[in-house]
Design a protein around this ligand. Sequence first.
Ligand SMILES: *[C@@H]1O[C@H](CO)[C@@H](O)[C@H](O)[C@H]1NC(C)=O
Ligand SMILES: *[C@@H]1O[C@H](CO)[C@@H](O)[C@H](O)[C@H]1NC(C)=O
Ligand SMILES: *[C@@H]1O[C@H](CO)[C@@H](O)[C@H](O)[C@H]1NC(C)=O
Ligand SMILES: *[C@@H]1O[C@H](CO)[C@@H](O)[C@H](O)[C@H]1NC(C)=O
Ligand SMILES: *[C@@H]1O[C@H](CO)[C@@H](O)[C@H](O)[C@H]1NC(C)=O
Ligand SMILES: *[C@@H]1O[C@H](CO)[C@@H](O)[C@H](O)[C@H]1NC(C)=O
Ligand SMILES: *[C@@H]1O[C@H](CO)[C@@H](O)[C@H](O)[C@H]1NC(C)=O
Length: 875
Amino acid sequence: MCMLAAIIALAVVFVRFATVEAGQVRSYSSNVPVRRSSYLVEFHDDAHDGHYHAVRSHGGVTVDHHYDGVFRGMAVSTSASVNPEHLAGYGGVKHVWPNRIHRLSTRASKFNATSQVLHEKTGLIQTVNELGLNGSGVKIGVIDSGVDYMHPDLGGCWKTEGCPWQYGVDLVGDHSTANPNPTPMDCIGHGTHVSGIIMASGTQVRGVAPKATMGMYRVFPCSDSEGGANSDDSVIIKAMELALKDGMDVVSMSLGTTGEWAESRSAVAAANLVAKGVIVVAASGNDGESGLLTSNSPAIGKGVISVGSVNNWSYKAPYIEVNSPSAGTLRVLKVYNPTDLNNFVFEAPIPLVVSNDVAGSNEGCNPPSTDISGKIALVKRGTCTFGIKAAIAQEAGAEGLLVYDFKAGAPETPSFGNNTIPATMISLTDGNMLAALAAKETLTLTSTNDKFATFEMEDGGRVTGFSSYGPTPELDLGVDISAPGGSIWSTYLRNNGSYASMSGTSMAAPYVAGAVALIKQANPGLLPEQVRNILSATAKPVADPKTGQKYTPFQSGSGLINIYDAAKSRATIDPPTLALNDTVFGPFTGVIHRLAGDNVRWASRTLKVKNTDTTRGMWISMDHAAADSVTMFNQNGTVVDATYGTSGETIPTWPASTKPVAGNTLPKVTSLDSNQYIGPGLTGLVTVFITAPSGLNEADRWFYGGYLDFTMRWDGESTQSSYVVPYGGYNGDYSKINVLAPASTGLPAFVDDDGNVVSDVSAALAAKKKTHLAYFMNMPSRLVTVNLVDAAGRFAGYLPHGYNANAVRTLPAYYSYTTAALNGTAYMDKDLAKEATVALGKYHVRLSALRLFGNPKKSSDFEVWESGGFVIGGA
Ligand SMILES: *[C@@H]1O[C@H](CO)[C@@H](O)[C@H](O)[C@H]1NC(C)=O
Ligand SMILES: *[C@@H]1O[C@H](CO)[C@@H](O)[C@H](O)[C@H]1NC(C)=O
Ligand SMILES: *[C@@H]1O[C@H](CO)[C@@H](O)[C@H](O)[C@H]1NC(C)=O
Ligand SMILES: *[C@@H]1O[C@H](CO)[C@@H](O)[C@H](O)[C@H]1NC(C)=O
Ligand SMILES: *[C@@H]1O[C@H](CO)[C@@H](O)[C@H](O)[C@H]1NC(C)=O
Ligand SMILES: *[C@@H]1O[C@H](CO)[C@@H](O)[C@H](O)[C@H]1NC(C)=O
Ligand SMILES: *[C@@H]1O[C@H](CO)[C@@H](O)[C@H](O)[C@H]1NC(C)=O
C-alpha cells in the first residue's frame, strides 16, 4: 500500500513539473556534447497543424524530421540568428530540447575469441541443438552505422527475395545528413560487426539468430561536422519511429550518452517504443572507468533491456614469439588491429630490451637511459599517453614499441597516434614475465599477423571493467543483464579484412537482441515486459574472483544470460529486479522472533512468483548470495581516479580481499514464506526483508546488493531450475551526499582556457582574458545553476551554461571539470536566451546544485558555493 501511494505521488510530481516547464528551452552543461543550431521541438499532445506550421515557417528554421510515434514534434536546424526561445514561445510547444550527440558503445579490442566456448556459456549451443531455434519469423531492427550487407556471411543481398535484409534505410549519408545513400551501407564497420553477432551464418562467425528478418537504420555517418562518427537524438528517434512503422519485434541499439536521467529524450523515446510493444535492447555503456552512475541513455529507459558486458573465455589472436635462452620459445598474445597504422610485424628476429629512463621508470615517458636503438623497447603503460611513448621510442631510434598493461586481464587496443613506429600492447602478466627475463638475458622476438594461437584469458567470464555501472540518478539499478562483449569475433567491412574482434557493451546488446528473437520464436505471444523478466530471472550471476562474492548487480544486472533456460522458462518473478533505493533506517522489526534493537537499514518487498506451467505444481525455495558492495569515493569524499586499481578494478569494492569477512559487512535476507507450493498456472507471494550491511562506514558511501536465488522443482520431476532476482540499494541517506566535489580538490575555482587557476579575477577580466568557473559534479543533480550576484546580494544573471536541469556527473575519464564562462555576458532567464551585458560593478559567482531527491523550491536542498568578489567591466 505504502509503495503504491509513493508511485502515485511521484507521477503527480512529474506531471506538475512538466506543466511548470512548458514552452521552455532546456540547456545542458558545458561537458554535454550537443549539436550546434539543432533542436528537438516537442509539442503538447493537443497541438494542431497550425502550431506545427508556425514553427516550420519561422525564418531560418529548416525541419529535419517529423515525429509522431515515440516523440511528439520535430527536429529543426536553425540559422545562427534564430533564438530557441522564440521557438519555445509558439503555441502548442512544450519544450525545445538541445540535440544531444551520441557515441557508439564500443572499444577497440582485437583478439579473436573462440565462439564455441562463448555460445556454450550462454546456452546458445543447447538451444540450437535441442530446440532448433534460429530466429525465423522474428524481425530485428538495428540502429547503428549501417551494414556491409554484401558480406557473404550476412546474406550478400539487400531487400531481394529470401534476403535477411528486408527493412532499413540510411538516415545520415556518409558526411552530410542532406545526402543519405539509397541503402544503409556501412563505412565504419561497427554496424557490420553488430549485425554479425545477431545473424551471421558463415564458417567463421555464427550469429545468435541467423534466420531472423533484419532491418538496418543507419544513424552514424562515416564522419560528421564534429569530425567523428557521431549521431544525435534527432536521427536516433527518427530511426526508432521507422522501426516501429516497419513492425520490428526487437530493436537493438549499441549507442548512447552517459550518466543520464531517465527523462533524457532518447530514454523517453525508447520507453515509448517499449510501450508500443517493441522489445528494445540497448548497451549499458562503456564508462565503467568513470565509476558509478554511468549507465547510458537510451538503455536506462523504462522497460528497455539494458545490457552489460562480460569477457570472453579464450581468445584466438596473432602472437609475438619470444626466444629466451633460459625459457625457450614463448608465445605472447598481442593486440591486433587490421586497420592499424602501427602494425607490429617483424619477420626476422629482433632484440627486445626493457627501456629504462633517467628517472628509473620503465614507462617510457622520458628519453631512455637504455640503448634501444635498432631494438624493440618494452615499456609499461601509464603516466603519459601511448602516443608520447611511441614518439619517444621512435626518437631514440627503436625499431618498435611493446607496451605492457598496468592492470590484469586482456589489454585493450591502445592508440599510438600518428607515430609510424610499429607498436602494440600485451598483458601485464606477459609484460612482467618478459621484463624479468630481459633483466638477465638477451631476448629476441618475431611477430606476424597471420599465425594465430588460442589463449585462455585470466579474466574470462568476468564482468568487463569498462562496462558501465548504475544506478541511475534516481537509484534504479541501471543494468538488467549481461552478455559477452569483451573481444568478440564477428563480421567486418569486406574491404577491411571481412572479420574483426571488437569489445564493448555494443557487442553485448546485439547478442541479447538475437537471444530475444529466439525466445520470441519459441513463445511468439510474449510481451516486452515478459521477455525482459524471463531473461533476467534465468540469467546466471557472475562471481568476482577477487572477493569471492558475486559482482554487483549495479554493473552486471542479474548476470550472464542463458538462452536455453529463458526459452524453456516455466516461471516468472515480478518485479524482476529490486531497486531498494535508500532504505528505512531504524530497528529491524519486519520479522517476528528476530532480534530488533540494532539500528540498520532495511527494506521489505513482495515478489509475485508465477508458475506458468499449467499442468504441474511447482515447489519453490530461496537462497541468498551477497554481491560486492561498491563505492566510487575515497574516504575524503573525492571521486576515485578514472583508472583506479592496478589489478583491473575500476572502483573500490567490498570485501576487497578474500580473507574471512565479518557478517555485518554483507547484506542479509530473511523471508518467512519463501518455501512454497504453487499450483499449476497460479501465483504465490514471497515477502523478503533485506538488511543493508551495518558494518560498512556510511561516510564511505557504499552501494550494496545481492541476489535472491530461487530453486524451482515441478511435481513429478527430479531436476531443478534456478531463477534469480537481483537487488541493490544505497547504504546511507542518498539525499545527504554532496553533489559537488569537496573544497579540498581545489574546485570550484576560476581557471583560464588552459586550466590554470586565475587568482586575480578582476585583473583577468579587465585584460579580457578568458576566465571560467570550473567545478566538478561528484553526483548528478536535477538542477545546477551558476549565476552572478551583485554587491547588494541580488541576482545579476546566469553565466553561459549556467542553468541546467538534469545535470550529469563530471566523468573523470573524460573531463577534469565542468565550466561556465565568465566573459561579461549573462542571461536573465533560465532559458539562457535573454542575453545581457553585465553592468560595470562588483560581483561574485554563486553555484547552486540541488541534492539528489531534493525539492527545487526548497533552498535548503541546494548545495551552494560562493566565490570571492571581483569587478566586471573595470579598466
Ligand atoms: C578467427 O577465428 C576463426 C574461427 O575460429 C578463424 O577461422 C579465423 O581464421 C580467425 N581469425 C583471426 C584473425 O583470428
Ligand atoms: C570468444 O572468443 C571466441 C574465440 O575467438 C569467439 O569465437 C567468440 O565469439 C568470443 N565470444 C565472445 C562472447 O566474445
Ligand atoms: C528455422 O526454424 C524454423 C522454425 O523452427 C524451421 O522451420 C526452419 O527449418 C529453420 N531453418 C533452418 C535453416 O534451420
Ligand atoms: C577500410 O575501408 C575503408 C573504406 O571503407 C578504406 O578507405 C580503408 O582504406 C580500408 N582500410 C584498410 C586497411 O583496408
Ligand atoms: C527512490 O526514492 C526517491 C525519493 O523518495 C524517488 O524519487 C525515486 O524515484 C526512488 N527510486 C526508485 C528507483 O524507486
Ligand atoms: C583524497 O584521498 C585520495 C585517496 O586516499 C588521495 O589520492 C587524494 O589525493 C585525496 N584528495 C584530496 C583532495 O585530499
Ligand atoms: C560569452 O560567452 C557566450 C557563450 O559562449 C557568448 O554567447 C557571448 O557572446 C560571450 N560574450 C562575450 C562578451 O564574449
